[in-house]
Design a protein around this ligand. Structure first.
Ligand code: PMP
Length: 427
């Protein structure tokens, strides 16, 4: 505890005030392996939260790939190198054939920044539509979309927000067709608004799983109307796959495949190289060529040989260890366990999610659907004290965010559920 106080003071002195930490009493981690983490006192935690170490903390195949390439050569994309070509071939093979080209970046924010500029290059316009409870990153352009921290001076005239789909409180009053139609109508209205300005309409950007919005339960085809409206207006659809991508949802490799549409531009990040900083934008050759013509783009670190080796190792491990199927099977098992807990704990208002990205929305009143954010805070702190790391997210900030490394097992899920049962009983 004293050690943590000292570290927090040093952080504030060296890194500035207001850097966020998880948990009331933050964790000081020193080591990780698979789904496990250890703190400075040797205490072991089950990681139910981190998606960046996608194939497991410090996976030996990724560590080995990084070391091998780092000890051979690391340069940038102005020299010819096969690493980026081999990787982009493997990566794009997981998408619809139309999405056959890519630009590699170091973060998801950069990828989204490029995606917005691609949309500008293709449409000649700048207006963007996003949901009103989203986060797409931290560049000046992209932070215009994120509603958690409105930009200084307010949102630009080129930005419109539509209500984030919330299956606990559906627009249109009921789940199903009315919900989808109401969402489509809001997108159509935002397009018309933008077209009436000098900005015009260029793109709709969304996470196809609505991860930061609390991963609502949406019927298949929910987005069809909104996507048709975008295309009718000559705009492009950007799918931000930073969270649901790389097989996490269990049934599909990409969130947009699960949602049933083909985007014009896809952005990637977080899990892509297991913690090594790698992101990408995947799109059609025409869109990429239009972007390269409109903007001279070079990224010193994006697509370097070490990053490509790390990212390729992640694709190999996902395939060799059958981790997408593991996400499906263990995710189903864990969600059924959460549903059983819902029968015992009134606080659980709704269980949602797919594969290894799921959670329970805590509600003070199931009928009125009153969010319980304080209970969610107490729950995740209580879980941490019992050695289980998870987070909270969603429109009401009251949905547990359970999104562990992909090798998460049934035994891991059972341990998490057992402790959750205990901690819920104390709230
Ligand atoms: N898009 C989404 C959906 C995200 O959740 C995040 C990060 N949480 C980003 C983009 C930004 O990624 P990065 O932090 O790598 O810039």
């Amino acid at each position: 505890m004293q050690a943590n106080t000292d570290l927090l003071a040093r952080r504030e002195r060296l890194l500035g005030r207001g850097m966020s930490t998880f948990y009331t009493d933050p964790v000081h981690l020193v080591r990780g392996s698979g789904v496990w983490l250890w703190d400075a006192d040797g205490r072991k935690y089950l990681d139910c939260y981190n998606n960046v170490p996608h194939v497991g903390h410090c996976h030996p195949a990724v560590v080995e790939a990084i070391c091998r390439q780092a000890s051979l050569l690391n340069t940038h994309t102005r020299y010819l190198h096969e690493g980026i070509l081999g990787y982009v071939e493997r990566l794009t093979a997981t998408f619809d054939p139309s999405l056959s080209t890519a630009i590699m970046t170091c973060t998801g924010s950069e990828a989204n920044d490029i995606a917005l500029r691609m949309a500008q290059a293709v449409t000649g316009k700048t207006g963007v539509i996003a949901t009103d409870h989203t986060y797409h990153g931290n560049t000046t352009a992209v932070s215009q979309l994120s509603t958690r921290m409105p930009p200084v001076g307010g949102f630009g005239g080129h930005v419109r927000h539509v209500p984030a789909p919330d299956s606990a409180r559906p627009l249109g009053g009921a789940p199903g067709a009315a919900f989808a139609a109401a969402f489509t109508a809001r997108v159509e209205q935002a397009i018309a608004d933008l077209e009436a300005t000098t900005h015009g309409f260029s793109a709709l950007i969304l996470c196809p799983y609505f991860a930061n919005e609390g991963f609502p339960d949406l019927p298949p085809g929910f987005l069809d109307g909104a996507i048709a409206a975008v295309r009718k207006a000559g705009g492009v659809v950007i799918a931000d796959e930073v969270q649901p991508g790389f097989g996490r949802t269990g049934s599909h490799f990409w969130g947009h495949q699960r949602a049933g549409f083909v985007p014009d531009i896809v952005t990637l990040g977080k899990p892509m190289a297991n913690g090594h900083p790698v992101g990408a934008v995947v799109t059609t050759p025409d869109t990429l060529n239009a972007f390269r013509k409109a903007f001279r783009y070079f990224n010193t670190f994006g697509g370097n040989p070490v990053s490509c080796a790390a990212a390729l190792a992640v694709l190999d491990v996902l395939r060799d260890e059958n981790l997408m199927e593991n996400a499906r099977a263990v995710g189903d098992h864990a969600r059924h366990g959460l549903e059983r807990l819902a029968a015992r704990h009134d606080l659980i208002g709704m269980v949602r999610g797919a594969g290894l990205f799921f959670g329970a929305e805590l509600m003070l009143d199931r009928t009125a659907r009153t969010p319980a954010p304080d209970h969610a805070t107490r729950l995740i702190n209580g879980m941490k004290d019992r050695g289980i790391l998870m987070g909270k997210i969603g429109v009401g900030e009251c949905t547990t965010k359970i999104r562990p490394p992909m090798p998460f097992s049934r035994d891991n899920a059972d341990l998490m559920l057992e402790v959750l049962d205990d901690v819920l009983a104390t709230l």
